[in-house]
Design a protein around this ligand. Structure first.
Ligand SMILES: Nc1ncnc2c1ncn2[C@@H]1O[C@H](COP(=O)(O)OP(=O)(O)OP(=O)(O)O)[C@@H](O)[C@H]1O
Length: 264
């Protein structure tokens, strides 16, 4: 069963097709201009696809990258705006988020810090009780501790409420242990779409003496050769290899970078 399904093209996004199960957490990753914001806008219904279609079961909330908000609203006005704009509104859920992140209630949105504004937009989005929450680089204005806390709280929202979360990010190191699914875009095309645990089990890095061929069978993601050494990242799924070769699993960051390097 899928809660989000897409098969779309729009501007630089070309024939991107995927399905996401309910309650999943998907990281949307890719270089600048690879089409992440475009895809999220199309999913949110803000941009019509040039061709193809999307389908989302249930209510959608979308927090765009630049977090547009009325700057002269005070924080409580933003929640009141949320209450009036949404047929379903959970004031406590929104208000609790602001309390948790100590957002000053008396200030106008324009006087809040970038991180505090992020919390207000997240509170607004969560208050609408979305089945699917789309976040475009939600962490970009948060400090490292706040990033962790926000991610932890969002995961709690996912597990408590069965919400499906899709977020774009450039900080690949932060998606390990968070995202159960990876969508990797490059030049508007989907390079990788898979379960993060399965992807990590498949990708193995082999290091050994210089050789034009890897020591195992399987699709080679990346090959690098120095004068005396060769390295192959192979979707082989196994670390069994004869000496002098060595094999190890890679991190999600190494996996993403290797796929991006391959097409660079
Ligand atoms: N109105 C438009 N008409 C044509 N192309 C556009 C339009 N808007 C955006 N694009 C192009 O679509 C491509 C994808 O842009 P998008 O903002 O989706 O990338 P992104 O992956 O979110 O990038 P970043 O990481 O820098 O935020 C870019 O090359 C951009 O110039």
């Amino acid at each position: 069963m899928s809660v989000v399904a897409a098969e779309v093209s729009k501007w630089a996004v070309r024939d991107v097709s995927f399905e996401l199960p309910p309650g999943s957490v998907t990281a949307l990753v890719g270089a600048n201009g690879s089409g992440k914001s475009t895809l999220l806008n199309v999913l949110a219904g803000h941009l019509p696809p040039r061709s193809g279609h999307t389908s989302i079961a249930g209510r959608v909330a979308y927090v765009p990258q630049h977090k547009p908000m009325y700057k002269n609203f005070e924080v409580p006005d933003v929640l009141e705006f949320g209450r009036r704009m949404n047929t379903i509104w959970d004031h406590k859920r929104a208000d609790d988020w602001l309390t948790r992140f100590k957002v000053p209630r008396k200030l106008q949105v324009g006087d809040l810090s970038g991180g505090q504004r992020t919390h207000v937009t997240l509170a607004l989005a969560l208050g609408s009780r979305p089945d699917v929450l789309l976040l475009d680089e939600p962490m970009s204005e948060l400090d490292p501790l706040a990033r962790r806390k926000v991610m932890r709280e969002l995961l709690t929202e996912v597990s408590d409420n069965g919400m499906t979360l899709i977020f774009s990010t450039h900080v690949v190191a932060e998606i390990g242990g968070v995202a159960d699914r990876l969508l990797l875009l490059s030049g508007g095309r989907l390079l990788v779409d898979g379960d993060t645990d399965e992807l990590l089990e498949e990708h193995v890095l082999y290091t050994g003496p210089r050789d034009p061929e890897p020591p195992v069978e399987g699709p080679v993601v990346l090959a690098k050769h120095s004068q005396s050494q060769s390295q192959f990242l192979v979707r082989s799924g196994g670390t069994q290899v004869d000496e002098p070769w060595t094999a190890r699993y890679v991190t999600l960051e190494e996996l993403v970078v290797a796929h991006l390097e391959r097409v660079a």
